[in-house]
Design a protein around this ligand. Sequence first.
Ligand SMILES: [Zn+2]
Length: 499
Amino acid sequence: MKQKSIMLVTVDCLRADHVGFMGYERPTTPFLDSLANESFMVPAAIVAGAPTYYSFPAILASRYPLALGRDVLGLGPDEPTLASVLKQAGYSTASFGAANPYISARFGYEHGFDMFRDFLEDEPAPLPEEEASTTNGSGWGIRLNRRLQKIRPSMGRLGTVYDELYFEYCQRATPVADSLDTLRRFPAADVIVDHACTWLASIGDAPFFLWLHLMDPHSPYYPKEAALKFMGQHPVTPYRARYLNSYWNRSDLGPQRFARHRAEVVALYDAGIRWVDGQMSRLVETLRGSSRWDDCIFAITADHGEEFLDHGGRYHPPSRLMEELIHVPLLLRVPGSAKKEVAKSPFSMVHLAPTLLDAAQLSAPAAFEGRSHWGALRQGASFDGVAISECVAGCTNPFRSENRMGPRVLSVREARYKLVLDFDPQAENLYDLDVDPGELSPLAPAAQKPVRRRLLEIAREHLRRSREQRDPRTRLQARLSELQLEWKKPADQASPVAH
Ligand SMILES: [Zn+2]
């Protein structure tokens, strides 16, 4: 039998509950929904960290994000990854990523790829919208926010009316482009898929590993206009889309004021997902046309979700590891294996790489933390899933090493219970997801003591292993390779673009 190829698609910011095959009512994913009929649909795929930089070490290297220490970000140059293992097995390997700087060569992600395009031709520059969500930005949007913040208290109840009007006035005074295309910050999925198809046509019959990372649902939310139309939505003018994005990024408002625009912002985000779906259809069609689909394992998932005021927040800063951030879709299609129902237990993304290798009948390196779940998936058997997620609170600009050293946040999630440990201010919250899926009311400290003890023990064991198994050589190499890159460019060019 022919060696199976593997295609992995990661979609930035894609929440589990915004895809049709997970029950979303809006038609964001008609193609993927049809593909779900022949795929394993994992109901509780949980990322090992959020955002991007705390998620990908698990996806590509089957390793927890803080395992090498909080100051190390990205992958070590000698660390085995899905790409390096497959390259060694004789695969042609390529990656096309839509300009997310945190999974670029700077952070070791090019390792193992024959072809690596991250579309970061220019040095990363700060995005004014994202900058506004931090306190040290300097764009016009931030100056405006500060001005409004100062004026509002002196105006009492009129303050709200005044600042809405003033905000709109400032928006109108700034020229806007004539199309959403010119406002978009990242290459859209069609550009990435075009490159993927060209590469696929160039490699002949060799088994391949192709990793695509798509940014369409990532903020700022400027979807393709056609995607809004496909979902039966009214067109959105560039002015309105820019107004919504600027408003959504204000740093001076509380959740109540954002709530009035939530539906419109979510519609833009959903259209980004719809565009990804259409491009996946095109990509699969191309593979079918060349008969490569018959021996291609296809996995589509996300690096983390997105907050839409679920707990008062927006975007996806590293924070409390709530479900809207850590629960992602995961669809796995393996030719020759009939679809089976997948257990509802959490499936940590640390298990994805060994599972994919196993499905291609290849063994995983010993350094991988996760273990293959392919046997359980193929047989429709249950597995006892516990998913651990971790991040560093407040690290919104990981280009600066000192920004990475904040307190750790750790969550331990079972099928029913979830414990979130915040090391500053030493808080622990236990949720019963069966009765409180929105994580709105943590259980009282005296409730469910055995459960709390069990999950705390898992957390303690994770921290102990993380410390004891830390490989000093990999840690040093990862740090050195990043520092060498830092020396090559002026520090002020290293700026946050996305997270
Ligand atoms: Zn991301």
